[in-house]
Ligand binder design. Structure first.
Ligand SMILES: *Cc1c(COP(=O)(O)O)cnc(C)c1O
Length: 382
């Protein structure tokens, strides 16, 4: 097909072609490629829960008891008591009335947004929101307005001029941004959503398990629990497992069960995954030292970069080092790999043009020794 040829040619010419790369193994913050162990700065397994014995054992027990697949969508026969136990625990974790589990974060965003907005409605979306949010808005048929990244003044300007022309309106923002590691001005966004009568959906994919006294996310940390209509988050990153949730009111949950295609028409997550998710919430509660250590490691790395005059952005375990040029980002990533680190180059369209970067994801496993050595190497090669 001409379309396929042209697409691949163009990506190749621009140095933007992506390719898979299978790892031999992955454990405790290391990843093995072609028989060589690298320290992994590309995983979102922030707390190291994907190899935690409590999650492994819960998963194995569930397979032994229920088998591997769940056989059908939840509204048919795929619904186990286990799914409800997870939803009750998630609702309690997020301090909300209810929670509904989705098969992935991508699926949640893509299918929930079109149930909240449609033709004649407006969605106001941060310019740097995740691809799944953008796809959900496009699919909804609502008019999209993109406000400048984390710029509540620009959002207010758009609301002032545009809100009145639409029936319903939705504001969407990540809480911790996946490629920049900075945080949304949540209090300002809540103020605007109330003032301009909008619904508010936040994506806590990179905050769940990490922020707030209970580790439930940035909405908790900001003291805004209950002020955000729908809080989406994932079990696939800091929680070390798979799947996603929407925390909301009981009424909203009932609506989604009845109106959301991504929930209705997809097979329920397997019992082993649900059981691991339940165990992950227990571990977040009983082992808060994991998130404390993670945040200390992230701060150590950020401070180390600025002490050495390297540019730092954001304020989370996601640390982007902007290099601009695509080829340069790839070359730096290769150099780091030769020195024993896996640090992915992130290029357009994942990030804006001219903003190619190395993206370091700091985890629980990145001790001060490891980070000190990495900082030393970065000064030498940058
Ligand atoms: C990873 C991510 C998602 C998708 O979640 P999956 O469970 O991996 O499908 C959605 N939103 C953001 C901001 C993410 O970083």
């Amino acid at each position: 097909m001409g379309r396929v040829d042209n697409f691949l040619e163009e990506r190749k010419e621009k140095g933007l072609l992506r390719a898979l790369r299978p790892a031999g193994s992955r454990d405790e913050g290391r990843i093995r490629f072609s028989g060589r162990d690298l320290i992994d700065f590309s995983s979102n397994d922030y707390l190291g829960l994907s190899s935690h014995p409590a999650l492994r054992e819960a998963s194995i027990r569930a397979v032994e008891q229920f088998g591997t697949g769940s056989g059908a969508a939840r509204l048919l026969s795929g619904d186990l008591k286990l799914h409800h136990e997870l939803e009750e625990k998630t609702a309690r974790f997020k301090a909300r009335e209810a929670a509904l589990v989705f098969n992935s974060g991508y699926q949640a965003n893509v299918s929930v947004i079109p149930t909240l907005a449609g033709r004649g409605d407006a969605v106001f979306s941060d310019r740097l929101n995740h691809a799944s949010i953008l796809d959900g808005i496009r699919l909804s048929g609502a008019k999209m307005f993109r406000f400048d990244h984390n710029d509540a003044d620009h959002l207010e300007f758009l609301l002032k001029t545009e809100r009145g022309k639409f029936k319903e309106a939705l504001i969407v923002s990540e809480t911790v941004f996946s490629m920049d590691g900075d945080m949304a001005p949540l209090a300002a966004l809540v103020h605007l959503k109330e003032r301009y009568a909008c619904a508010f959906l936040t994506d806590e994919a990179h905050a769940t398990g990490i922020y707030g006294d209970n580790g439930s996310g940035m909405v908790e940390e900001a003291g805004l629990t209950g002020k955000v209509d729908l809080v989406m988050g994932t079990f696939s990153k800091a929680l070390g497992s798979f799947g996603a949730y929407i925390a909301c009111t009981t009424q909203m949950k009932e609506y989604l069960i009845n109106a959301c295609g991504g929930f209705i028409y997809s097979t329920a997550l397997p019992p082993s995954v649900i059981a691991a998710n339940i165990a992950s919430l227990e571990v977040v509660r009983s082992e808060p030292f994991r998130r404390t250590t993670l945040l200390e490691n992230a701060k150590y790395f950020r401070d180390g970069l600025s002490d050495r005059g390297l540019p730092v952005r954001g304020n989370s375990p996601i640390v982007p080092l902007i290099v601009g040029d695509n080829a340069r980002a790839v070359e730096l990533s290769r150099t780091l790999e030769k020195r024993g680190y896996r640090v992915p180059p992130i290029r357009p369209p994942t990030v804006p043009i001219e903003e190619s970067r190395l993206r370091f994801t700091i985890t629980y496993y990145h001790s001060k020794d490891i980070l000190e050595r990495l900082l030393h190497d970065l000064v030498e090669i940058c």
